[in-house]
Design a protein around this ligand. Structure first.
Ligand code: FES
Length: 111
């Protein structure tokens, strides 16, 4: 929870996308092994081309929700998404990042 004494947010939204990669034979798998790097690049390029300078798209190491991967978390809301396609990314971009809504079908349940 933010305090009234906290400084203003530096970024309106801060998106962390797991790009951790494990060896192909690792039983846990990894988000990069499931395509997260290309999908992150797509989101980064899209926000840049739309001039969304107050949105930061960062690569992250393992976010410890590997079973839902690829995953991202968007702050300050703390909303997690599991995504697999460019269409998923575009829907998160339009619905959540631009319009402030939620893509319920891609949200990771709290567990
Ligand atoms: S490898 Fe992505 S959350 Fe663990």
């Amino acid at each position: 929870m933010r305090s009234p004494d906290d400084p203003a947010l530096f970024f309106r939204l801060h998106v962390f996308i797991c790009t951790n990669r494990r060896p192909d034979d690792n039983k846990r798998g990894s988000c990069a092994g499931r395509g997260s790097e290309v999908l992150r690049e797509h989101l980064k390029d899209a926000t840049k081309s739309m001039g969304l300078g107050d949105i930061r798209i960062n690569s992250a190491g393992c976010l410890d929700r590997c079973g839902h991967g690829p995953v991202m978390v968007i702050y300050p809301e703390g909303v997690w998404y599991s995504f697999h396609t460019i269409a998923d990314i575009d829907e998160i971009l339009d619905t959540h990042i631009v319009k402030g809504g939620r893509v319920a079908r891609l949200m990771v349940d709290q567990d």
